[in-house]
Design a protein around this ligand. Structure first.
Ligand code: AMP
Ligand code: GLY
Length: 425
């Protein structure tokens, strides 16, 4: 089987490396890929959102499957477009990707199908939104309706911040049309769990759970980022909570989408919060999470190519998906200054040492290879290790991190610590 993977971050590197382990997969292509992916896949220059470019590439390569990893092409309808042109894909159609593409859609679906989530109101008029928050409780959560590069959620501690957020999103259009509508949500408290699920639209196979670390500094302080590290499995997700989540959230969501005539096929990501009133949905993503994928996929025992086929053929119920015991930890190495201003084009050294530790993987996110590896983005590498227990996995990931060097490198030193504490309590 030949596969074309769309995307070029750490998540895509993890997908490509998993596919490279497959007995079935002969050739892997990736566009645009990155410096690390190029070791496993033939990479091309076509952007992930360039529909005609991707189609032309697909027509040239004629892959058996096209795996669409990022949110924007999925929300824009790349699956529909490629399938209409005769290609088999992994990734939801536009009318299912809207679960991530519109918070107004997902909140209304959850309300109609009684799926637990934060109470909310939606507004398409800034004046009405301002009136509403003036009488409200704080903190309050303000979300742009559409995609916003992970920056469209503002937790406002007071009226001043809330007013600024509404102005930024709805009046100044900081996120373009994504801010035509906003959702204002009740602030929830509790540990967060990322749950990725394979689904063929009819049946669903949850993966190992994981924990993201979104804030830039140790101790979950500082600005929100695309994710500074992840561990799997998430120790907060006990069997009792797993049962509740499956019954009240996962199955009702899959069934709701099927019932609406828009079945979700691909990977559905549930961002969950374990609140004192039970598990609630914080967000849906229509794809694999980043950096969660880098901590989850290394633990997958089943051939990923078999899963891709089963999802496409809607035979997922018949496939037994197996996971390794133990744990995995991914530490993101970033360019100093990220998520704000940072420099790129800096040489990275120490990458060739990856062979020294067994079960360590270095996923490239923002790297470029010319005659040497250089940085090309804010999040540069996802340095990952798996082991039979979480403490070891964390230790081994950091043992790899310290071997890698580039000017102004930055990483959190506490990835997985919260999970270790949860595990021992
Ligand atoms: P997102 O950018 O959609 O991944 O959301 C960013 C983060 O905002 C989530 O991971 C949560 O930590 C936080 N968040 C979103 N909605 C709520 C909420 N209703 N209550 C508390 N925190 C929230
Ligand atoms: N790690 C969160 C996301 O992928 O959106």
């Amino acid at each position: 089987m030949n596969i074309l993977v769309i995307g070029g971050g750490g998540r895509e590197h993890a997908v490509v490396m998993k596919l490279a382990e497959s007995k079935k997969v002969e050739k892997i292509y990736c566009t645009p890929g990155n410096g690390g992916i190029a070791e496993y896949a033939e990479c091309f220059d076509v952007k992930a959102t360039d529909f005609n470019g991707v189609l032309a590439l697909a027509q040239k390569l004629n892959p058996d499957y096209i795996f669409i990893a990022p949110d924007d092409p999925l929300v824009m309808g790349m699956t529909d477009f490629l399938e209409e042109n005769g290609f088999k894909t992994f990734g939801p159609r536009k009318n299912a990707a809207i679960l991530e593409g519109s918070k107004s859609f997902s909140k209304s679906l959850m309300e109609r199908y009684d799926i637990p989530t934060a109470a909310y109101r939606e507004f398409d008029d800034a004046k009405k939104a301002i009136e509403y928050i003036k009488n409200g409780k704080y903190p309050v959560v303000i979300k742009a309706d559409g995609l916003a590069l992970g920056k469209g959620v503002i937790i406002a501690e007071n009226e001043k911040t809330a007013l600024k957020a509404i102005k930024n999103i709805m009046v100044d259009k900081k996120f373009g049309d994504s801010g035509n509508k906003i959702v204002i949500e009740e602030f929830l408290i509790g540990p967060e769990v990322s749950l990725l699920c394979f689904t063929d639209g009819k049946s669903v196979k949850p993966m190992l759970t994981s924990m993201d670390h979104k804030r830039v500094w140790d101790g979950d302080r500082g600005l929100n980022t695309g994710g500074m590290g992840a561990i799997a499995p998430n120790p907060y997700y006990t069997p009792v909570i797993a049962d509740e989540t499956l019954r009240k959230i996962v199955l009702p969501t899959i069934n709701a989408m099927a019932n609406e005539g828009t079945p979700f096929k691909g990977c559905l990501y549930f961002g969950l919060m374990l609140t004192p009133d039970g598990v609630k949905v914080i967000e849906y993503n229509c794809r694999f999470g980043d950096p969660e994928t880098q901590a989850v996929l290394p633990m997958l025992k089943t051939d990923l190519a078999d899963i891709i086929e089963a999802v496409y053929n809607e035979t997922l119920a018949e496939l037994d998906i197996e996971w390794e015991d133990g744990a995995c930890c991914c530490v993101v190495m970033a360019s100093g200054g990220y998520p704000e201003k940072y420099v790129t084009g800096v040489e990275i050294t120490g990458l060739d040492e990856k062979g020294q530790l067994e079960n360590a993987f270095i996923y490239h996110a923002g790297t470029k290879f010319t005659d040497k590896f250089c940085t090309s983005g804010g999040r540069v590498l996802g340095v990952t290790a798996k082991s039979d227990n979480l403490a070891h996995a964390i230790r081994n990931a950091y043992a790899s991190v310290v071997k890698i060097d580039f000017k102004n490198k930055y990483y959190r030193t506490d990835i997985g610590q919260k999970a270790l504490i949860a595990q021992s309590s």
